[in-house]
Design a protein around this ligand. Structure first.
Ligand code: LLP
Length: 396
């Protein structure tokens, strides 16, 4: 929900831009901290969701750790204020340069995704006379019931080590003297809203704990990854994700022994609702079959709809909002509702935010908000078509 003074402020700003509501961000972080603290769970922020320095600054204040997937993310997390002792580094393709950088930074743990990677980290650590903390990322073959492009925990996915390779993992760990085995890591996918999925994950984690312990490995860290979804359909009424229910599933179904730590890597749930992409209508094309609203933002600014057919709520802030939703101050009582394909300016047919969006009759210059764009939005922007970088604006 945008306050009238916020919309007034937007009128003086060149579009497109990302608008961050820092109050929503803080309320979300408060809720996550409170819900996780109840169970003594450790939360790492998945930097990949949004590494905007202002966002990173706000998140690190909560004492969370950082989950990184590149050397640059490791650098940005530490420079942004995260404690290096709470930095984890995941990813199927860590380069030698990135591993060395993380070793030099003395991060907490590498989440390792293949046997070969274990050997390389050991070799590089040995050269530096260091011992690297490692957790084994296991592919648990649990269906996340989410879009197949953002499912990661099935046998067919490239992520993690399959359970049939664990014997080799154990042998490798035994001979790699510059590795310290810390525990096991899982991440089965993103935008998961069905809590049953996490219950199934807990069962698999419990089985894997048994396996490692039966083979003589003590587990200190159980890392369940991230993936908690948000409500893209109701950004105003369901703004804060249900962290309570999420963590409760793990409290109930995950077997945790004294001295063990339970870790999570949340990205989307922490930041998605805090930002919107704000753009203006450049042109309105009224056709015989279709009407098009052509915005000054497109797939170069927000890629999710084009890449994953992802739904984002779209509002005309200069008029009445999307039918059935809130109304803006300039609401024209007589305004007619039309059906539009809301598209961007990029030279690709897929450059469409959504088809058949019911919006009040719109005009050139109207301000359009694409909501719930704080996660995997700005960070996935590109300069295809030699577009300008998209700037960010923050609530005061
Ligand atoms: N941990 C690992 C190992 C991951 O790969 C990811 C996300 C996370 C944690 C954080 O997941 P989250 O809590 O944000 O769901 N670009 C896609 C999402 C890709 C997610 C990649 N991995 C999208 O826009 O939907």
């Amino acid at each position: 929900m945008f306050k009238p003074e916020t919309i007034e402020r937007f009128k003086g700003i060149e579009t497109p831009f990302y608008y961050y509501n820092m109050d929503v961000l803080r309320q979300t972080l408060d809720a996550c901290r409170d819900a996780s603290a109840k169970h003594n769970f450790h939360v790492h922020y998945a930097m990949k969701a949004n590494f905007n320095p202002k966002v990173v600054e706000a998140v690190q204040r909560y004492g969370f750790g950082a989950d990184c997937v590149s050397g640059n993310e490791v650098k940005a997390a530490i420079a942004g204020g995260f404690d290096k002792g709470k930095v984890v580094f995941a990813g199927v393709g860590k380069s030698d340069k990135e591993i060395n950088l993380a070793l030099d930074a003395d991060i907490f743990c590498f989440n390792v995704e293949s046997i070969q990677e274990l050997e390389i980290i050991n070799e590089l650590a040995q050269a530096k006379n260091k011992v690297a903390g490692v957790a084994i990322r296991i592919n648990p073959n649990v269906d996340a019931h989410t879009h197949h492009f953002i499912t990661t925990g099935l046998d067919e996915n490239k992520f993690g080590i399959n359970t049939w390779q664990l014997q080799d993992v154990a042998e490798t760990l035994r001979k790699c003297t510059n590795l310290k085995f810390l525990g096991i890591h899982f991440h089965i996918g993103s935008q998961i809203t069905d809590m049953e999925v996490y219950k199934n994950l807990c069962t698999r984690i419990n089985d894997m704990q048994d396996w490692f312990e039966n083979h003589g490995f003590a587990i200190k860290v159980l890392n369940a990854g991230g993936g908690l979804g948000v409500d893209y359909y109701n950004p105003d009424t369901n703004t804060i994700p249900d962290f309570e229910s999420y963590f409760s599933v793990f409290r109930k179904f995950l077997r945790v022994k004294p001295g063990q730590e339970v870790h999570f890597e949340l990205g989307r749930a922490l930041v998605a609702q805090s930002a919107s992409l704000i753009s203006r209508v450049l042109y309105v094309k009224i056709g015989q079959k279709k009407n098009f609203l052509i915005l000054d933002a497109g797939m170069t600014e927000l890629m999710r709809p084009m890449l994953y057919q992802a739904y984002h709520s779209i509002e005309n802030l200069s008029r009445k909002s999307e039918v059935g939703k809130s109304e803006s101050p300039e609401d024209g009582a007589s305004s007619q509702v039309l059906n539009y394909d809301v598209v961007g300016p990029i030279c690709e047919s897929t450059d469409c935010f959504r088809k058949d969006v019911e919006l009040p009759e719109s005009q050139r210059g109207d301000l359009i908000a694409v909501r719930t764009a704080g996660a995997y939005g700005e960070v996935m922007a590109s300069n295809y078509n030699l577009r300008d970088a998209v700037p960010s604006v923050y609530s005061v």
